[in-house]
Design a protein around this ligand. Structure first.
Ligand code: SF4
Length: 328
């Protein structure tokens, strides 16, 4: 459905461009849940705002393409679409759920009016009664009582607000829903409820999901496929089980070991030493080399390419350098 190639985003600053998304290739297939994980500053939010064409200056897409495929139509290129064309695509084909419902909802509008706004903007001519019925249907879909349509956002609990935001994203039956850390602002019990509900909605309604989070253990339970980002690049991409059981990239391993698993026996957690790189002045060679426990001689000067290896994609010299050279 979505085919991203070479997507590059720069923040234009007085001291020159800062590249926070660097030549990203990613595909999203029908009914698939694709996870994107990485620490803060790894470029995952920049990637999805570019993907949904929601970025604002100083961020600029400087290279790459985003093709959207829909059945029976020629693929369309999102990076060259006009505002009018994007408006027709949004909500009807691609919707987004932001991190904090409190920040995205209008605090002085009742929930029902916010649903009505969206439905009228994207389904011109929709009748008042149909708006009411659709709002009730959507709220019930996520387990929020329909009479909550009369509430203001501050009158809802955090979990209810976040579920209402998911319902709002589903208002026009989109084919792809992009989610930017949608459960970060709620507690873990509510997080589990929301994710269980999301999986059942996805199963029933058949939309694809691009789910962004820093929490790899959460993603492993949710996503079919996971892309790990570091310093604006994808450094490993594989099916969830491979990422969890046998990560190839040292950064993926570090990220996995930094989160407790709900199912595995108790064990020691280890963090990743050091800090993410300053993208105004990124390290030479592999951007992870200053923090990498397994770095090789060439790592500080040669940038590893993202290559297909054993059914996944990985950007690390460990997997392209002959074993004899590594053990020397
Ligand atoms: Fe570590 Fe080198 Fe692999 Fe980078 S390329 S992750 S520094 S081993």
């Amino acid at each position: 459905m979505l085919e991203v190639s070479g997507l590059t985003v720069d923040y234009l600053t007085a001291n020159g461009p800062v590249r926070s998304c660097n030549g990203v290739d990613l595909t999203v297939h029908e009914r698939e849940i694709v996870g994107i994980a990485g620490e803060s500053g790894s470029g995952k939010s920049t990637l999805i705002t570019a993907l949904t064409r929601l970025q604002r200056p100083p961020a600029v897409t400087t290279a790459g393409s985003i093709l959207y495929h829909s059945p029976g139509h020629e693929p369309v290129e999102l990076t060259t679409m006009t505002d009018g064309e994007l408006r027709r695509l949004r909500w009807n084909e691609i919707a987004i759920v932001m991190q904090s419902a409190m920040d995205c909802m209008n605090p002085v509008m009742r929930l029902g009016d916010q649903f009505a706004d969206t439905l009228r903007a994207h389904r011109p001519g929709i009748r008042r009664q149909a708006v009411k019925e659709r709002t009730a249907e959507l709220l019930q879909l996520v387990g929020v009582p329909a009479d909550r349509a009369r509430s203001y956002p501050h009158q809802l609990s955090g979990g209810m607000r976040q579920r209402s935001l998911i319902a709002l994203a589903l208002a026009c039956d989109p084919r792809v829903v992009v989610m930017d850390e949608p459960t970060t602002a709620v507690d873990v019990v509510m997080q589990r409820q929301i994710l269980t509900q999301l999986l059942s909605l996805q199963d029933r309604l058949g939309f694809a999901v691009v789910f962004v989070t820093h929490d790899l253990s959460l993603l492993v339970q949710l996503a079919d496929r996971i892309a790990i980002m570091y310093a604006g690049r994808i450094v490993e991409e594989a099916v969830s089980d491979q990422i969890y059981r046998n990560p190839f990239h040292p950064y993926t391993r570090g990220l996995r070991d930094a989160f407790p698993s709900l199912h595995a026996p108790m064990g020691e957690l280890s963090g990743i030493s050091g800090n993410p790189p300053d993208l105004r002045n990124p390290p030479s060679g592999c951007p992870f080399h200053p923090r990498c426990p397994q770095r090789l001689e060439q790592c500080d000067s040669v940038l590893p390419e993202l290559l297909p290896i054993d059914g996944r994609r990985v950007a690390c010299h460990l997997h392209t350098t002959p074993q004899e050279e590594i053990s020397r």
